[in-house]
Design a protein. Structure first.
Length: 396
């Protein structure tokens, strides 16, 4: 059974195809105006993510199908109570947990145990949902009027839970209220439709365009070369979906999985992206999700917008590079202590080119520390002690 560390390191590869499929789904739903659906992205993720994670970890399509089916049923039950689907982050976490649970179980036991457990989970979460919603409203009142906090927290909440936080600010008085000829308007989006110059537009709406477009581009140029072929295809897909439709949840999830420290930096720059429009009085609203189509429809003050966006993209790029130099989890530093010691003795991760058939192939055998490593060197091939080889084999 693969350890959680190994699953984490490989999960971007496991989910490369699901990211592509979900991005395609978001593009179709977001760009074709005649398709009107609920937010089924979570429902779609509940099928794809558990299947691909369980299948790749356990090499069993049957186990993947069972886990996917149980997650889907659980999502439908939860939706019947709450009116929202599971978040895409929650679907990934369920997939990882299921991959660990089913590794040593028979198929019949897997179905019974997972279906029972997921059903109980869905009923429990559905029953307490109204109470959690009341807590969310109380929390919303604390961050109301604070664009920096709203931008950061809203991105994570959309990714980890649902879009309820944004809906409270977009369509209720948590996002301000104003009097117009049509009566009292509540929520930033509803106010924008009647009063596009209201301060709530710059406070809660304009920043989303900077996040969707410029921060996405900044991270794209900072990370693209570090990804594998499949990772690059998935990254292009989630970037495209985010820029064109305004739905950056798959993009945010990709960043979080790739490197949590980069995601924290991303949240910080998101906060700045929401604060600056209020500071410079830039008001560009939206009615749906801040897509590039809505930008061209409602855009104004293009010089300020483009200059600000360019600066934010550069800021995101350089902060990302700084974080990668300090916390490069996905570049090979996230190993248990014993594994790190062996890799260091072999000359570092960059010196290792292949690990298979009981041998390690290296670029430069002169970098190997024979004092700290029990091994035999034959040119570029290194024969390790059996225990040492088994420790690093799964990581390469």
């Amino acid at each position: 059974m693969k350890s959680t560390v190994i699953i984490y390191r490989k999960i971007t590869e496991y989910l490369s195809y699901p990211f592509i499929f979900i991005s395609a789904f978001i593009l179709v739903v977001g760009l074709l105006p005649f398709i009107k659906t609920d937010d089924f992205t979570g429902l779609f993720a509940s099928v794809l993510f558990p299947f691909y994670i369980v299948y790749n970890v356990n090499k069993s399509a049957e186990k993947g199908i069972i886990c996917s089916f149980c997650t889907l049923c659980s999502d439908v039950i939860y939706y019947s109570f709450s009116g929202v689907h599971f978040s895409i982050l929650f679907c990934v976490l369920l997939g990882v947990m299921m991959s660990k649970l089913v590794s040593e179980m028979r198929l019949s036991y897997i179905f019974v145990s997972l279906f029972t457990g997921s059903t109980v989970l869905a009923f429990g979460a559905g029953l307490i949902y109204p109470l959690l919603l009341e807590y969310l409203k109380g929390f919303s009142s604390l961050i109301s009027g604070k664009s920096f906090l709203f931008g950061m927290i809203n991105n994570f909440y959309d990714l980890a839970f649902s879009d309820k936080l944004s809906q409270l600010f977009y369509h209720t008085d948590f996002g301000s209220s104003s009097l117009s000829a049509k009566g009292i308007l509540s929520g930033a989006v509803d106010i924008f439709k009647a009063l596009p110059e209201n301060v709530s537009v710059s406070r809660y709406l304009t920043g989303k365009y900077f996040v969707n477009i410029f921060l996405t581009l900044g991270l794209f140029f900072a990370l693209y070369k570090r990804l594998s072929v499949n990772g690059k295809l998935a990254f292009i897909s989630v970037c495209t979906a985010g820029i064109l439709t305004g739905d950056v949840r798959p993009f945010s999830l990709f960043i979080l999985i790739f490197n949590p420290f980069i995601y924290l930096a991303y949240l910080f720059v998101i906060g700045i992206s929401y604060f600056i429009p209020e500071l410079i009085n830039l008001k560009i609203g939206f009615t749906d999700n801040g897509s590039i189509i809505e930008l061209f429809k409602y855009g104004n003050n293009w010089a300020y917008f483009l200059i600000t966006g360019f600066v934010l993209a550069l800021l995101m790029y350089f902060i990302c590079r700084l974080v990668m130099s300090k916390f490069s989890l996905s570049d090979g530093n996230y190993y248990p202590a014993k594994v790190r010691k062996i890799i260091s003795s072999l000359g570092g991760e960059d010196n290792i080119t292949e690990v298979k058939r009981g041998r390690v192939k290296v670029n430069n055998p002169n970098l190997i520390n024979i004092i700290t490593l029990d091994c035999d060197i034959h040119g570029n091939m290194v024969v390790l002690d059996k225990d040492d080889f088994e420790l690093i084999e799964e990581y390469f």
